[in-house]
Design a protein around this ligand. Sequence first.
Ligand code: GDP
Length: 369
Amino acid sequence: HSENNHCAGCGVALQTEQPDQLGYVPAQALARTPIICQRCFRIKNYNEASGITLNQDDFLRLLTHVGGTDSLVVNIVDIFDFEGSMISGLARFVGTNPVILVVNKIDLLPKVTNYNRIVNWVQRQAKEAGLRVVEVVLCSAKKNMGFERVIEALELHRKGRDIYVVGATNVGKSTLINRLIRDYSDLDAELTVSQYPGTTLDLVRIPLDDGASIIDTPGIVYKHRLTELVSKKDLMKVMPDRPIKPLVFQLNDQQTIFFGSFARFDFVQGERQSFTFYVSNALEAHRTKLERADELYEEHRGVLLSPPSREELEDLPKLTKHPIRIPKNANLDVSVSGLGWIKVNGAAGAELAIHVPKGVKVAVRESVI
Ligand code: GDP
C-alpha cells in the first residue's frame, strides 16, 4: 500500500463510498495533505467522535484484543433495546477486566420511573446473561442525565488504566464519548493511535491527563434489531426521541394490534386483560379482529398500515410469527428488539403471537417497569 491509501491519523485504509464504515473520507478531502479519515478529522478538529461500524468477526477480534489488555471496559447498552443491544459473549472475551454497564437513553423512560428498580433489574438481567459487572450506571448522554455518576464510576474503577468503550450501533456511544471528551479528557494532549493485530483497524485513543486513554471502538451491527433493518427516515419514527407515553389497551382475546406494518400483536386466547405498549409514540396503533388481521395486512400494508411505505416494505424481511405463552401470575414483558416492549398485566395468563420482520429478536423477560 502506498501511504496515500491510508489515514495519517489512525492508519486505516481509506475509502470514499460508505460514510458509516471505517476509513471513509469525502472524495474532495483527498486533495488535502496529510489525508486523514473523517473519523480522525472530526475528533481532531471538533473533538467529536462519530459512529463507525464493524462486522461480527472484526468486532470479536477487537474484543479479544481488549481481553489481552489490562483495562476497564465500559459497555454501553440502550434501555429501549436492552436485549438487542447486549453484546453476546462479552464476558468471555474481556477476560478478567472489570466491566461497567452504562445504560443509556433513560430519558426515554416514562417521567415517573423508579431508577433504583431499573438498576436492580439491569443487574439481574446482566447476571442472567452471564455478565459480571462492577457497576451499573443509568444515564442519558443526550439529555445529560446521570453523567456525573458515569465519570465517578470511571474514576473509581479504572485505577489508572485505559478505558475501552464498546457497544452496539445506535446505543448512543458517540454521543456519550463526545461528552467524555468534553468533560473528562485531556484536550491539550495529542490523539494517538493504538494498534491491534489481525485487522486493518487502528484504534483512536483519547488521552486522559494521567497518560491513560479512553479508547473508542467501532460499534457492532446486530441484524436482530429492527433499528438496523429500517430506512433512515423510519429509524426516526421507530426510535423514540422523547419520554414514552405508554399505550394501554384493554383487549378481549381474538384481537390484534398493528404498529404500522412493522409489527403485529395478536391476543389469541385468555381472559380480558390490559396490555401496555412501550413503543415510539410516532408509530400509530391499529386495532382489529384477529380473524380480519391477515386480510387487513394484505390490503393495507405500507399505506393505512405505515410506516414503512410500500416501497420500504419491499426491503424488509417478511413478517414471521412468534407464538408466546404467558403463564398465570407472571410479571412479564415481551420485547421486540428496536421496537420496544409490551407489558402483560393479566394474572390469568395469555396466549399471544407476535409478528415481526424475520430475524428481529423477540424475547420474554421480567417486566422492567
Ligand atoms: P452510536 O451509533 O452508538 O455512536 O450512537 P449515536 O451517538 O450516533 O446515537 C444514535 C442515536 O441515538 C442518535 O439518534 C442519537 O440522537 C440518539 N441518542 C444518543 N444518546 C441518546 C440518549 O441519551 N437519549 C436518547 N433519547 N437518544 C439518544
